[in-house]
Design a protein around this ligand. Structure first.
Ligand code: PLP
Length: 389
């Protein structure tokens, strides 16, 4: 799957936004741990440099890397993935507007849409991932945005992103995608025609489980609106975390390629295991989304999930028995993680919403790290043995 674009992206990841001026000979972009900067503008508010305004030199360096990776025009670095998502929605939508959101959303986004958007006078409808024909039925004259995820978490379903972009253009909607699970190494949604891409940079972009951050990339015009909202909400990322995220991103291409390969090995192993009823991973050739994902992505990512055959195995005991995987929420880091979403990341959803999203109690999600795949398989093997009823 290596393409020339991927090679140049790999180079951009190393060099974009780095210290081209080599201040004091420094190769690495320094942290400008200063909240204030000497005023050098002529009364233009946008010229003021201030830590909350997302425009210290450390922010700007990170923006440059994000813009190059996502092939956008402008970027913002914010305090979390949820800060990115809420700032984009509140920045682009007004009271009286309506938004179409993909079903099976990340739990936090789902909760924000269902529980908070109404407080701002913004209505929503869910769109069916598998049926673009249904989208027209829920469109309203006041619909302004369509919001999707690159790959749904934790069932790993893939919406037809080309159809989303075409639909958005036909009806004049702002198209927004959360591409956290894919990362820019596997998928560049702006290139496909999306208006805005958001990431929980807490996950793959940083990749080391030591930073909470969010990223927003898109056209200069969209980012200008959203920047105002970010400034007012006060959710800019601090320079130290900008620096750490910038550093983490330098290894993104090699990490993602290794995680793609590890996840595929695990998915193949699990799909042959007698204790697994179904493996959810679009990289498997018999997965219902395989053809679509192959046409959109350069790799299938490092997250997969499986439904355990609960008559023969106890999912809770399997999770308790692993040694190499941490039982923790989140994903996208160098260490492998394992979780039962019904009891962790998606426990805030109602039972009906969870059932509709296909998240059973026996579902186990794995975020594959950078350990040797053989070691990860041996560990899962012994965990299954421990979980046998
Ligand atoms: N989007 C997706 C797909 C996620 O998985 C998460 C967190 O798990 C988020 C957004 C929220 O990110 P954060 O925890 O950085 O706010």
């Amino acid at each position: 799957m290596a393409s020339s674009r991927e090679q140049s992206l790999q180079t951009d990841i190393i060099h974009a936004g780095e210290n081209a001026k080599r201040e004091y000979g420094s190769i690495v972009t320094p942290i400008f741990q200063s909240s204030i900067f000497v005023n050098r503008n002529d009364g233009d508010y946008d010229g003021i440099r201030y830590i909350r305004l997302n425009n210290t030199p450390t922010h700007l360096a990170l923006h440059e890397k994000l813009v190059r990776l996502e092939q956008g025009e402008a970027a913002l670095a914010v305090a979390s993935g949820m800060a990115a998502i809420t700032s984009v929605m509140l920045g682009c939508l007004r009271s009286g507007d309506h938004v179409l959101v993909q079903e099976s959303l990340y739990g936090g986004t789902h909760a924000f849409v269902k529980e908070d958007l109404g407080d701002y006078g913004i209505a929503f409808d869910f769109i069916n991932i598998d049926d673009p024909g249904q989208w027209r039925e829920v469109l309203r004259p006041n619909t302004r945005m369509i919001y999707t995820e690159a790959v749904s978490n934790p069932i790993m379903r893939v919406i037809d992103h080309r159809a989303v972009v075409a639909f958005a253009r036909q009806y004049g909607l702002v198209s927004v995608i959360d591409a956290t699970l894919a990362s820019p190494v596997n998928f560049r949604p702006l290139h496909l025609g999306y208006d805005l891409v958001v990431h929980s940079a807490t996950k793959y972009l940083n990749g080391h489980s030591d930073v909470m951050a969010g990223a927003i990339v898109g056209s200069a015009e969209h980012i200008r609106h959203i920047r105002h909202k970010v400034n007012h909400l006060g959710c800019s990322l601090n320079p130290l975390d900008c620096f750490l995220l910038h550093r983490g991103m330098r290894t993104l291409a090699v990490r993602i390629r290794e995680q793609n390969a590890n996840a595929l090995r695990l998915a193949e192993y699990l799909s042959r295991h007698a204790g697994v009823r179904r493996v959810n991973y679009p990289g498997l050739s018999d997965n219902r989304y395989h053809a679509l994902a192959s046409s959109l992505f350069d790799g299938f990512g490092g997250v997969l999930s499986m439904d355990v055959d609960s008559e023969r195995y106890d999912a809770g005991r399997i999770v308790a028995a692993v040694n190499l995987y941490a039982d923790a929420v989140s994903l996208g880091s160098i260490e492998s993680l394992i979780t039962r979403p019904a009891f962790t990341s998606h426990s805030g959803m109602s039972v009906e919403d969870r059932r509709r999203a296909g998240i059973d109690d026996d579902l186990i999600r794995i975020s594959v790290g950078l350990e040797l795949a053989d070691d990860l398989i041996v560990d899962l093997d012994q965990a299954f043995a421990a979980g046998e009823r």
